[in-house]
Design a protein. Structure first.
Length: 183
């Protein structure tokens, strides 16, 4: 059996990356957020102006990152994803765009590899990260769209409430079946 993915997602600035970093520090295999990698690349600074092209590049980067992580991981292990391929559907919907062929083609396999989607509730006092530009209202709308879309596409979407990092991390590890075990 190959490694399984657990998607950690939610609206902008819901604490996903903080938990991914804590998991990585504890020795777990993680995949960073592809969109953030693209946003922080100075050579691609104008990419966000075209939401369709941006989502296409996010998908391609995500697929590359997942492939590399899968090649490094032990069989039957868990890989934690900072957002997943399914996020593309929600972001396209947010921008009023239809899913493109590459995303539609990639989804069935991504769905099959993903044991569950841990959907993080947003922090009560929205604080945008430096690479994010959404207003609190936009972040709330993205959160709603992503949640509805994941619920329509994946049969195991679990809501993770806003909690202190240690408590959220414990919930994530419990859902992964990793409580009391080393990475």
């Amino acid at each position: 059996m190959t490694a399984e993915f657990i998607v950690i997602t939610g609206g902008p600035c819901s604490g996903k990356t903080t938990i991914i970093q804590a998991l990585a520090e504890a020795g777990h295999t993680t995949v960073p957020e592809a969109a953030t990698e693209l946003i922080e690349d100075p050579a691609l600074e104008n990419l966000r102006a075209d939401p369709l092209e941006f989502q296409l590049q996010v998908l391609r980067r995500q697929l590359e990152n997942e492939k590399r992580a899968g090649e490094r991981a032990e069989p039957q292990s868990v890989i934690f994803l900072d957002r997943g391929i399914g996020d593309g559907f929600g972001y396209l919907s947010y921008h009023g765009l239809e899913p493109f062929e590459e995303l539609l083609d990639a989804w069935p396999e991504a769905r099959e590899r993903s044991r569950c989607v841990l959907f993080f509730d947003s922090r009560p006092d929205y604080q945008a990260a430096s690479h994010r530009s959404e207003t609190p209202e936009e972040a709330r709308r993205i959160h709603e769209i992503l949640l509805a879309d994941y619920r329509s596409r994946h049969d195991r979407v679990l809501l993770i409430p806003w909690l202190p990092v240690e408590e959220r991390l414990a919930l994530v590890l419990e859902e992964a079946g990793l409580t009391g075990r080393e990475a």
